[in-house]
Ligand binder design. Structure first.
Ligand code: FAD
Length: 581
């Protein structure tokens, strides 16, 4: 439905209308109040009435579907995150199939989620699984928080909204691992063009218009963002107008980031794919539904066991079960279901149904370093805009690499952690270029803590366990400092706060102290053909019928860049595969 144009500020108006719709849907206000406030905002009674009807229809539909829960659906999708929301929506587009979508978290109708600048306020709340790593040996035994979204939309509802596709070589590498050209860059680029509604200049070779996903270059960016693009260009990292076009096929470049923000509001995967479909009779979304294990009969998945409203339930799937619970909980649920490394399962008294030694292995994440930080000169502080992160660059730590392995991000506030904040004199107002490593060599592992589904798994993050990753991050810090101290940034700099001119061992110590997650946990149920692979190119769990995985865990190697959109692509591929099955 087209929203009526208003005279005042369109962004604010759109945001207010959206909030009111969500408030009506969740029962916080009634229809009368909704219509009254809408009239105050200048909407005609007809337009406001139509909006109210839709919000109420969704609410009533999902309430009715939940009250009449069936014991049998065609497909059960576990996890309503960046991949699962896509799979469920695409399956439900066929009116002849009935889809049950199970999500452990709750609703996403909160300003902490919808207002882009509020993204940090979700960390550590009930909307975050709050995973913690084991002590990470190469980081002086530090325990790392590894947040993941626990809410409708999963990570896409609490993340930083950077819309990043990944590099050509990522997908060609996946196609090779799977032995299936449908994963190649050429095919994936066509999917991207089909699903997006690009708001920038026409670029039919790279960008699509009219698709589901509204995407734009960060609108009206903070002046420090374009200044950084110029500064990077000045040291030989070429400037691009669009970081998701030709730039993601070559040696790197710097650009204003694409963001998943629409009308000033987070455009999560749930907002884009799921909510518009929740008024349909064949898509049931249960929130607060905690998946415990896959129900197997012999080697066939026939349903899901989960806890909902304090009761243990078993629901059958006639066609397929799809696991989309993210790269930490998907391998956990596989292992709890008897699918994993036999010795690992027997340690916890779990009977092995299928020995798959790769379940939980090959854990990958990008590393984001807290700092480098500069202080603004007095009176020159620029308030953060959009998602606080509007400029990024890709570059190689070593020119002989085939693909850029570094992706630092500018963050429009001082971004650090407890350890480094103790050593440096933090400014009242400042900004950051955070060095990022996006093709790590280090690999970690997820293991069960016990056979109890309520216990969080053991996460060996093993960041920097491969010495090559430290070498790459040293180069990343050097590049970020060169850019931040370049003449193009001078008007925004009173002084450099951290790390300053450190060298050798001192610089490595800084990196060890400042390294943390980029929140791109992936690769723990990898797609491929070797004996460590968990799924094949059709995303089928090896050795089990009727069970597939579609989320970040199937990546053989993590993509070069932020991982939300590659997870959307995995969801879209799952839908293509099931439509052809
Ligand atoms: C703080 C943060 C910032 C980030 N910033 C960016 C960014 O700016 N750009 C970007 O591209 N990426 C970003 N990411 C990463 C991106 O959001 C994730 O890679 C992506 O969402 C992963 O998708 P997924 O489908 O694999 O899992 P998720 O999106 O995590 O979805 C998994 C879903 O399954 C549910 N679930 C898990 N276990 C169970 C269970 N047992 N029962 C029922 N449901 C369950 C979860 O609650 C969740 O909703 C960020 C992530 C975080 C956490």
């Amino acid at each position: 439905m087209k929203r009526p144009k208003s005279p005042g500020n369109d962004l604010e108006q759109g945001e207010r209308i959206n909030r009111l719709e969500l408030a009506l849907m969740s029962g916080q206000i009634n229809r009368r109040t909704f219509l009254k406030v809408m009239a105050g905002l200048g909407l005609s009674m007809t337009a406001a009435g139509l909006l109210a009807n839709r919000a109420e229809a969704i609410n009533a539909n999902q309430k009715r579907l939940a009250e009449n829960l069936s014991g049998h659906y065609d497909y059960i999708v576990c996890g309503a995150g960046s991949s699962g929301a896509v799979v469920a929506r695409r399956l439900a587009e066929n009116p002849d199939v009935r889809v049950l979508l199970l999500e452990a978290g709750g609703n996403d109708d909160l300003p902490n989620i919808t207002e882009p600048a509020q993204w940090p306020t979700n960390l550590g709340t009930e909307r975050d699984w709050g995973f913690m790593s084991e002590p990470n040996a190469a980081l002086d035994g530090r325990v790392l928080p590894l947040s993941m979204g626990r809410v409708i939309g999963g990570g896409s509802s609490i993340n930083v909204m950077a819309y990043v596709r990944g590099h050509r070589n990522d997908y060609d590498g996946w196609a090779q691992a799977a032995g299936d050209d449908a994963w190649s860059y050429a095919h994936i680029l066509e999917i991207y063009k089909r699903i997006e509604d690009w708001q920038g200049p026409d670029d039919p070779d790279y960008r699509g218009k009219g698709g589901l996903f509204h995407v734009q270059s960060a609108p009206d960016p903070n002046p420090i963002a374009p200044a950084m693009v110029k500064a990077a260009d000045g040291i030989g990292i070429p400037a691009y107008d669009d970081h998701n076009g030709a730039m993601m096929e070559g040696d790197g470049g710097c650009a204003i980031a694409n963001v998943a923000i629409k009308d000033g509001r987070r455009h999560s995967v749930a907002a884009c794919y799921l909510h518009p479909w929740l008024d349909q009779p064949n898509l049931t979304l249960l929130t607060g539904a905690h998946v415990q294990r896959v129900v197997l009969e012999g080697r066939r998945a026939v349903g899901i066991e989960f806890i909902w409203q304090d009761q243990r339930r078993r629901i059958r799937a006639g066609n397929e079960v799809i696991l989309s619970m993210g790269a930490i909980n998907t391998p956990k649920v596989l292992m709890l279901s008897g699918i994993g490394d036999q010795s690992e399962l027997s340690r916890h008294g779990i009977r092995t149904v299928q020995h798959l030694p790769g379940v939980g292995r090959n854990f990958q994440d990008h590393i984001l370093v807290g700092g480098c930080i500069w202080e603004y000169p007095e009176g020159r502080a620029q308030p953060p805009r959009n998602n606080l992160a509007e400029c990024t660059f890709f570059w190689k730590s070593d020119a002989s690499l085939p693909t850029p392995d570094l992706q630092p991000f500018q963050i429009e506030v001082p971004f650090t952690n407890d350890v480094t904040a103790r050593y440096f004199d933090m400014p009242e107002s400042g900004w950051t270029i955070a060095p990022g490593l996006v093709r790590p060599e280090s690999r970690g592992r997820i293991q069960l803590r016990s056979a109890n589904p309520d216990e969080a798994p053991v996460i060996h993050s093993d960041f920097l366990s491969d010495p090559q990753d430290m070498r790459a991050l040293v180069r990343a810090v050097e590049l970020c400092r060169e850019i931040g101290n370049a003449p193009e940034m001078r008007e925004f700099v009173k002084r450099e706060i951290m790390p300053g001119r450190l060298r050798g061992r001192a610089l490595e110590d800084f990196i060890r102290d400042a390294s943390g997650t980029y929140w791109h946990q992936t690769c723990t149920a990898k797609m491929g053909r070797d004996e460590q692979s968990v799924v094949d190119g059709q995303l089928r769990v090896r050795g089990i019928d009727g069970l597939r995985v579609a989320d970040g865990s199937i990546m053989p190697t993590v993509t070069t860049g932020n991982t939300m959109m590659p997870c959307v692509i995995i969801g879209e591929r799952m839908a293509e595969i099931l439509q052809q099955a």
